[in-house]
Write a protein that binds this ligand. Structure first.
Ligand code: GTP
Ligand code: MN
Ligand code: MN
Length: 387
């Protein structure tokens, strides 16, 4: 006989960084709905985004499926709005508000337009008001686009295709070769979603460091040149380290802004042997446009490479643990760590350092475990930071 569902009551802590959030969880139907509402709020630039994100995050951490409203008793972060949506889904299988959002012209257009690399909510909203709905509308609108947006439009299809772990590893090999060539002894580490165990991602994130402090200075331009000389970069924008200048003369960093040497780039990843079947739309495009090019690749020739977004960050060894923690994510987990540090511990956490306002000093750490300990938090491994 089926076990009778018992009234599952779980209590969870209020900060996502106090909870274990695995990648696979039991409430995807509910969290998917709440994440649509978070997106909808983001698109109209209202405060609802973080509220919905926190609510979804709580449900991701539950060890069981929510089957009735009693299951929600004692859970933090579930406001009246979230509860109403959850109730509707439990009763009717779907939420009218979520369905309406998914079908609305604004949501669909904003999703498509913000899907362009280099286009944020503000720009997308302006374009939407002007009647643009698709990347193709933007391309034909005659708007002046910056270099990032031009690359975003050019490689739109590739960049909106998930990056697989195998592709991330292939890029890792290339970055490793580049880094070793320009600075022997330097190390690279895969961070971001892949470090949390995600099977796919929207980009690939790497941290680069060298065990001898100072050796890493000026590394990024050399790595970028090495890659460019081999035709491996379709786009790159490199920012030099500005951490020291920003902190000079002040006791602590002015904010949580990241000031590492970093590069936002688009790699050209060769896919040996990959044919048109890799792009299901390839055949159609080939019929439709005889001599045009898509994403820089001539239709009709073999489809043998893919554009992939890659983030590279160079960190001094002494800041490595903070950078690793800061770039592993998830984004909500990071935001909650900083909120916890500030509100509960009177500390300020960034991807560079942890400052204790009471002791008026920086707290050192050589691994993530030490940072959690400084913060008075139980260590949460990367695969359980999927908040
Ligand atoms: P996918 O790439 O979509 O698979 O997810 P992801 O978790 O890897 O997201 P993303 O690559 O956007 O970011 C990875 C981590 O880096 C997240 O925790 C972000 O908060 C963090 N991150 C992204 N941009 C910045 C930045 O400018 N500064 C700092 N300090 N962290 C950032
Ligand atoms: Mn990522
Ligand atoms: Mn990234």
């Amino acid at each position: 006989a089926e076990p009778r569902p018992i009234a599952m009551v779980t209590t969870l802590n209020g900060y996502a960084c106090q909870r274990r959030t695995p990648l696979q969880h039991h409430n995807a139907v509910l969290t998917d709905a709440l994440l649509v509402l978070a997106e909808k709020a983001e698109f109209s630039e209202n405060e609802g985004r973080s509220v919905a994100l926190r609510a979804a995050s709580v449900l991701k951490a539950l060890p069981h499926t929510v089957i009735n409203m009693e299951n929600l008793q004692g859970l933090p972060c579930l406001g009246e709005h979230s509860q109403r949506v959850i109730k509707e889904i439990l009763e009717d299988g779907k939420s009218r508000e979520v369905e309406a959002a998914l079908h609305s012209e604004q949501y669909q257009a904003m999703k498509a337009l913000t899907g362009i690399f280099g286009v944020g909510v503000k720009t997308a909203d302006r374009w939407f008001r002007e009647g643009l709905r698709h990347p193709s509308d933007v391309a034909s609108s005659g708007h002046r686009l910056n270099h990032t947006q031009q690359a975003g439009i050019q490689h739109y299809d590739d960049l909106n295709m998930p990056v697989t772990k195998a592709e991330a590893d292939a890029i890792g090999q290339i970055v490793k070769e580049a880094v070793q060539a320009v600075l022997p002894g330097a190390e690279i580490i895969l961070t971001g979603g892949f470090r949390r165990g995600k099977p796919t991602g929207h980009d690939v994130d790497f941290l680069i460091t060298h065990p001898e402090e100072g050796k890493e200075e000026g590394l990024m331009p050399k790595v970028v040149s090495w890659l460019e000389a081999r035709g491996l970069l379709l786009y790159q924008k490199t920012n030099r380290n500005s951490y020291l200048e920003a902190t000079e003369g002040s006791a602590r960093p002015p904010n949580n802004m990241d000031r590492f040497e970093r590069s936002f780039s688009i790699f050209r990843l060769d896919m040996p042997g990959a044919g048109p079947e890799r792009h299901p739309q390839a055949a159609l495009l080939e019929q439709a446009q005889d001599d045009s090019s898509v994403g820089g690749r001539r239709v009709g020739e073999s489809w043998d490479w893919k554009a992939v977004r890659v983030d590279l960050v160079v960190t001094p060894f002494s800041q490595f643990a903070f950078a690793l923690l800061g770039w592993t994510g998830s984004q909500l987990f990071e935001r909650e760590l900083r909120r916890w540090a500030g509100q509960e511990k009177h500390m300020s956490l960034s991807s560079h350092a942890l400052y204790d306002s009471k002791q008026k000093r920086y707290l050192r750490a050589s691994c993530e475990e030490e940072i959690f300990a400084h913060l008075g938090l139980e260590f949460i491994p990367p695969c359980e930071r999927n908040a």
